[in-house]
Design a protein around this ligand. Sequence first.
Ligand SMILES: Nc1ncnc2c1ncn2[C@@H]1O[C@H](COP(=O)(O)OP(=O)(O)OP(=O)(O)O)[C@@H](O)[C@H]1O
Length: 334
Amino acid sequence: MSVTTKLPILEVNNLKQYFSLKKETLLSPKQTVKAVDDISFKLFPGETLSIVGESGCGKSTTGRSILRLDEPTEGEVLFNGVNMTSLNKKELRNMRGDIQVIFQDPYASLNPRQTIRKMLQEAMTIQKVMPKEQMEARLLELMSLVGLRPEYLERYPHEFSGGQRQRIGIARALCVNPKVIICDEAVSALDVSIQAQIINLLKGMQRDLDLTFLFISHDLSVVRHISDRVIVMYLGTIVEIADKDSLFDSPSHPYTKALLSAIPSIDEQHKKDRIILKGDVPSPIDPPTGCRFHTRCPFATDHCKKEVPALRSLSETHQVACHYAESLLNGQVV
Ligand SMILES: Nc1ncnc2c1ncn2[C@@H]1O[C@H](COP(=O)(O)OP(=O)(O)OP(=O)(O)O)[C@@H](O)[C@H]1O
């Protein structure tokens, strides 16, 4: 799919999400977690854009900030050109119908005391999706869309398996006719075979209902399967954005290369090629200066310690934020 000819459905500009940990006193300075620190990207209609990166790099916070479940510290999120960050509560509630979220643990987000019917009816009523008389037909349609039997409408969440609960989570997201779905580790808790079923369900829905996905996952095998484009995050920043094939076939950022080399493989050569990064991910409370990855990067120079690398285009569909990658492109030594 060519994404460059379309206008974005969602645009994230210079988004920051800082969490204050404690009040400042004379003895203890205020601590701030820079969970997401100045990220920008575009999501185009009909695509699946994934966000990958190790635990704690800011993937979920990005999703939550887009939805304003956590109020962004700075930056803007445009949905079809409308700035969501400046909407009042009512306007935001109306727009939430357009952007839905599916979480990792569907059980935690389902009310254990509500039947599936009640839960879906309530969601449709809040968003004023349709008159009551039309709801019954829509409920049956939704159950069919997500591959569940109509009689399951009368059941409670605890009566379902993990995969079935995720189907219910998907039905709940779909019932308000969204345009964008943020899938936050939506298949991570499921067995591999059930994962495949849910991914196929999502792909089919995308095709049939013209949906756009922001797919948050730490699982690169799943991301490779489902994505059109991929964003790689490290310590609250974007280090690489590329179409799926470029990212997996010719990753440019040393961090992306290390991440990809860690995908389990039965290939002996691949096992030997594994790149082991030195040290741990630094704290987002006091992230490294310059390039945040420099403390673990095998190619880091003094320049990397001082200057934050900007995202530069390697091609129309591939951008990287790395002084070393840029120097290779320019045929220079940093
Ligand atoms: N409400 C909060 N208050 C303080 N710190 C937070 C809050 N939410 C997230 N963080 C911190 O922000 C950073 C990014 O967290 P986030 O959950 O977005 O990462 P992630 O990439 O989604 O990782 P995971 O897959 O483990 O959830 C982490 O250091 C996390 O501890």
